[in-house]
Design a protein around this ligand. Structure first.
Ligand code: AMP
Length: 280
């Protein structure tokens, strides 16, 4: 396994692989890798393609008051994990290698990125769309893997790739959860043991919403009440948003269409912001 820091070096390696007729499967991450990331890696490796994992804490997707500086950075452990899972290249550029001091070009998807996290993290999806475009141009993947846990991010990337005719296939893999239902996230490391014990309530409330739909409920407002009542059982959660949305556009819907509707949530537990979602 190779670790490449220089974007031009990564681009040269990718062009060389393409010239040899190899398929490149790409998993973009911010590192602090866990089994959620590694399931994406396994899915990529299972295709027999050359697997490239990027590890880059992207400054442009963090707001000024967010956790960019304290975000966990564990490149050595990340690389060791990648080595055991068939990754060919870890691409770990330095911040200033990606963003020159006079960097001035951004990608702004204008439908799926509105509302939800887009409202509470202004500029976040602009940063995500921009860095993913840059990474696609550097890594030149045939296929790229994203996690369903970040549902709005998936919708933004799919729309961007479609709108801009970016020649890459997007695969979305299911959310990997702890045994109590909490979605794996690098930010779970911020939770104290006490709060970690409470965190399962978020998935519990999403599951209650889904159970209502499974029992025949289709009215979004009533499904919302079920979610809110269930989450109220854990008063330490501070809800940022809960919405019932169409899965491809992230637009709110009044009526649930099973298989095409997501329940999406963001909530604080202590100082830690958790997001999750469940297909209804
Ligand atoms: P991040 O490092 O948080 O930017 O995540 C990198 C990729 O891993 C994104 O596509 C995430 O959606 C995905 N991912 C993170 N956590 C999970 C999880 N628990 N299950 C599935 N995919 C995940």
């Amino acid at each position: 396994m190779e670790i490449i820091h220089d974007p031009s070096g990564m681009q040269r390696a990718a062009l060389r692989l393409q010239a040899e007729g190899r398929r490149i499967a790409f998993v973009p991450t911010m590192g602090a890798l866990h089994e959620g990331h590694m399931c994406l890696v396994d899915a990529a490796a299972a295709t027999g393609a050359v697997v490239v994992v990027s590890v880059f804490v992207n400054p442009t997707q963090f707001g000024p008051a967010e956790d960019f500086s304290k975000y966990p950075r564990t490149l050595e452990a990340d690389a060791a994990l990648c080595r055991t899972r068939g990754v060919a290249i870890v691409f770990a550029p330095p911040s200033d290698g990606m963003y020159a001091p006079d960097f001035s070009t951004y990608v702004d998807e204008g439908l799926c990125s509105r509302g939800l996290c887009g409202d509470f993290r202004p500029g976040h999806f602009r940063g995500v769309a921009t860095v993913v475009t840059m990474l696609f141009n550097i890594v030149r993947p045939h296929v790229a893997y994203f996690g369903a846990k970040d549902a709005q991010q998936c919708a933004v990337i799919r729309k961007m790739v479609s709108d801009l005719f970016i020649p890459v296939e997007i695969v979305v893999a299911p959310t990997v959860r702890e045994s109590d239902g909490l979605a794996l996230s690098s930010r779970n490391k911020y939770l104290s043991p006490e709060l970690r014990g409470k965190a399962t309530a978020l998935y519990g409330a999403l599951s209650a919403a889904k159970a209502a739909v499974d029992a025949g409920e289709r009215d979004s407002a009533r499904v919302r009440s079920v979610f809110l009542q269930t989450l109220a059982g854990e008063p330490l959660f501070r809800l940022q948003y809960f919405a019932i949305v169409e899965d491809w556009t992230m637009r709110p819907v009044d009526v649930v269409t099973p298989g095409r509707t997501l329940a999406v949530v963001a909530a604080y537990l202590g100082e830690t912001r958790l997001i999750d979602n469940l297909g209804l």
